[in-house]
Design a protein around this ligand. Structure first.
Ligand code: SAH
Ligand code: F3S
Length: 446
């Protein structure tokens, strides 16, 4: 390997969007030829921290990490340390006040400028750029090589909803959708590399909206349709949806677009209308149920997962019971559930937090146990059923066992003497053990 290469190491916290951003950083730096990636932080010339601030202690966690890296920098002052992500956007130059050894602070929308920022830093003082240049980041996307059969693509970013508890609108900026031509082009390039399943990413994918130079409009439902016309894309997922924008045009797409999986993550947050109001989530439980019922008409076997916030200020035992009721009514399969954490500058952080931590933990535990039980039931129902899996990996060294994923995200082991990597296969589920399913091949798709 070229000895002049500078090695960079990226540590990523947070959501899929951050994972995606880190992948973008990797591609952009690697394309620059001067840089190569390393998995070993102690041998890196450039240390990059991609932060998340959705829940508590983000700031403390950041300085803890920076403290560890400081020791490396004391041994080798040429090391460059860069901090990006949501905490960088939120705190900007404050970070430098507390951690003077930081070289670069970049934002969620300026990560593509990192190569330039590194060059400038080598010459002068610390660099801060946490601006929000519209779409510029996406113009710099490079399609990675050797990707998996299933991959993600960002279609929009930011959020205008301002739910009272959430920091995202402040750290990721206002909603901005990528032009649909760009998205379709990128997917067609990914398909050339063998991608079969695509996950559309965004803080709020249902609000996707773009107009091209000829005035042609594209909403989320249209985008789904256009993507489904790409022949080699066999499966479409998207995250995160939002009940407030999950309109009939999106629901109707489920009728005639079988490529969209029968599994939807649709965060409800709470089962109490009163709490939803305080959260500034403009839908009612009735409306949420209506959406699900319409979806079930289109897809009788659809499974739903959700995010929940437990212990929102003012949440009574009665409110919590309503959350438990909706959990069993909808029969959610899986959840991301968290104890409410006040985020600086958000309206909810000004509400009186009147529930003690022990009570919050008890509620979270009850909620998570219930969902675990339901998920287990959903899994056990799959015994002796037919499922379609996308085969993604080998399971053993002999290369005659493979791992595939069902539409509802269960892992299935199948045997085959032929190489079936990247194939969509119909299997019969013969066994379920510790949440791992075994299947027998029934039919191989091309
Ligand atoms: N756009 C999505 C949510 C994105 S944020 C939606 O509309 O639902 C991801 C999840 O983090 C949220 O669904 C919420 O459950 C959780 N979250 C956000 N802010 C939080 C906070 N202050 N405390 C606890 N959980 C929070
Ligand atoms: Fe956050 Fe609500 Fe937007 S949860 S990401 S402000 S939809």
């Amino acid at each position: 390997m070229n000895q002049n290469y500078k090695k960079f190491y990226i540590k990523t916290w947070g959501c899929q969007m951050n994972e995606y951003d880190s992948l973008m950083i990797t591609n952009i730096l690697k394309q620059n030829k001067k840089y190569t990636t390393t998995n070993l932080f102690y041998e890196a010339d450039i240390l990059i921290l991609n932060t998340c601030s959705i829940r508590e202690k983000a700031y403390e966690k950041l300085f803890h990490q920076l403290g560890r890296w400081k020791i490396l920098k004391e041994n080798n002052p040429n090391i460059i340390i860069a901090v990006g992500g949501c905490v960088a956007n939120q705190e900007g130059k404050n970070i430098l006040k507390r951690a003077k050894h930081i070289d670069i602070i970049f934002g969620t929308q300026t990560l593509h400028r990192l190569p330039d920022m590194i060059n400038q830093r080598i010459k002068k003082k610390p660099i801060i750029d946490i601006t929000f240049p519209k779409l510029e980041k996406f113009k710099n996307i490079l399609i990675p090589k050797n990707i998996n059969y299933s991959t993600s693509i960002s279609i929009m970013e930011g959020c205008n909803k301002y739910c009272s508890f959430c920091i995202v609108p402040y750290t990721r900026g206002r909603e901005i959708s990528r032009p649909f031509h760009d998205i379709l082009y990128e997917i067609s390039r990914l398909v050339d590399q063998g991608v079969k399943e695509i996950t559309l990413l965004g803080q709020n994918v249902n609000s996707y909206y773009s107009i091209d130079e000829n005035g042609k409009k594209c909403r989320f439902s249209k985008l789904l349709q256009l993507i489904s016309h790409i022949k080699k894309i066999k499966r479409i997922r998207f995250i995160t949806s939002n009940p407030m924008d999950f309109n009939d045009d999106i629901i109707n797409i489920y009728y005639n677009t079988p490529k969209i999986v029968s599994f939807l993550h649709l965060p409800i947050q709470s089962g109490s209308n009163r709490i939803l109001k305080l959260m500034k989530r403009p839908y009612s439980i009735r409306k949420y149920k209506e959406i699900i019922n319409k979806l079930i008409l289109a897809r009788p076997n659809i499974q739903i997962s959700s995010d929940f916030i437990v212990g929102f200020p003012g949440e009574t035992a009665h409110d919590f019971q309503k959350t438990m009721n909706i959990i069993s009514d909808i029969n959610f399969d899986m959840s991301f559930s968290f104890i409410y954490s006040p985020r600086p500058g958000t309206p909810a952080s000004k509400l009186k937090d009147n529930i003690n931590m022990t009570e919050k933990k008890i509620r979270l535990n009850i909620l998570q146990n219930q969902i675990k039980k339901q998920a287990k039931k959903w899994t056990s129902k799959m015994l002796n059923s037919h499922q379609t899996i996308l085969v993604e990996k080998y399971f053993n060294k002999n290369k005659n066992k493979f791992l595939g994923k069902t539409e509802n995200n269960r892992t299935v082991i199948v045997k085959s003497n032929n190489n079936i990597l990247g194939k969509l296969i119909k299997v019969y589920i013969t066994q379920i053990k510790n949440n791992i399913l075994k299947g027998k091949i029934i039919y191989k798709y091309l």
